[in-house]
Design a protein around this ligand. Structure first.
Ligand SMILES: [Zn+2]
Length: 282
């Protein structure tokens, strides 16, 4: 969630060694396209998903049939190359805020945008297998944006039963680790009517994430991994139940190692899908 300045990522893109990257294209940017290829839908592992689905749904009765879920993979892989576009201010009701940010990256150069794109696609596949209609707020990891207000609007327009933004945090204190879920607060705006439902969704996602990934509650933000905020555009502007999950701290070595492992990303996706399902099931 916390962004490296666009200039820093731009420098990383130009000078790979400065960020530990090994590819000529640079750290964060260089990994994004290959990550998409490596972890696109075709290569997502089906084992855990099918097992979980089979346990929870008898044949012919998909548990999430009729449900609409919007997944917002945080940032975008080419944001850092377009600072003017992503720095443009948009109105998030409580303040004016940048359209989007570059996102962070692990110390070895695995970008938050690549992480969120991969986890979101894995989650989409799981939820679709369980019968849900799933929409993502972006269609690739090599583009720019969309802006945070547009990301919220996509969920609203879809009339999503639930929406989730997927992020990884970027606290530079290396001892900071663990995950947290950001929830909307009442702001005397349209989001007020879904603050209660979003809180329930957030608790379900938190509980499923802890259980499914073993990643501990954040040791540096929130209370029991819940953090209510009124400055997040994608939440402030949502009229459907929505939360933002910071899956861990990408600048922490323990969390980063997990995020860089495709098998662990599948666990993350499954845990998040389970949290969404728990919220959506009667
Ligand atoms: Zn982020």
């Amino acid at each position: 969630m916390r962004a490296l300045p666009a200039t820093v990522l731009a420098v990383c893109g130009l000078i790979a060694s400065a960020c530990g990257g090994t590819e000529p294209g640079g750290a964060a940017a260089g990994q994004a396209p290959s990550t998409v290829q490596e972890t696109g839908k075709a290569s997502v592992q089906d084992g855990p998903t099918e097992t979980a689905t089979a346990k929870q749904a008898p044949p012919g009765a998909k548990p999430l049939a009729g449900k609409i879920i919007v997944i917002d993979p945080g940032h975008n892989g080419a944001n850092y190359r377009h600072p003017a576009e992503i720095n443009r201010k948009v109105n998030v009701l409580t303040q004016m805020k940048e359209c989007d940010t570059t996102g962070t990256a692990t110390k070895s150069g695995y970008s938050e945008a690549a992480f969120t794109w991969d986890v979101s696609n894995r989650m989409a596949k799981i939820l679709e297998q369980r019968g849900a209609t799933v929409k993502l707020t972006r269609s690739s990891n090599d583009g720019v944006g969309p802006c945070i207000d547009k990301r919220a609007a996509i969920g609203n327009k879809a009339r999503a039963d639930a929406a989730i933004s997927v992020h990884g945090d970027g606290s530079d204190n290396p001892s900071h680790r663990g995950f947290h879920v950001i929830l909307p607060k009442k702001i005397n705006g349209p989001v007020d009517k879904v603050v209660g439902a979003s809180t329930k969704l957030g608790i379900d996602v938190r509980d499923a994430y802890l259980k499914g990934t073993g990643i501990p509650y954040s040791n540096y933000v929130g209370t029991k991994a819940l953090n209510f905020r009124n400055d997040i555009g994608g939440l402030n502007l949502s009229t459907v139940p929505k939360v933002l999950v910071e899956c861990g701290n990408m600048r922490n070595a323990v969390d980063a190692a997990k995020f860089q492992d495709p098998k662990f990303r599948q666990r993350i996706a499954l845990a998040l899908a389970n949290g969404m399902q728990h919220y959506l099931e009667p």
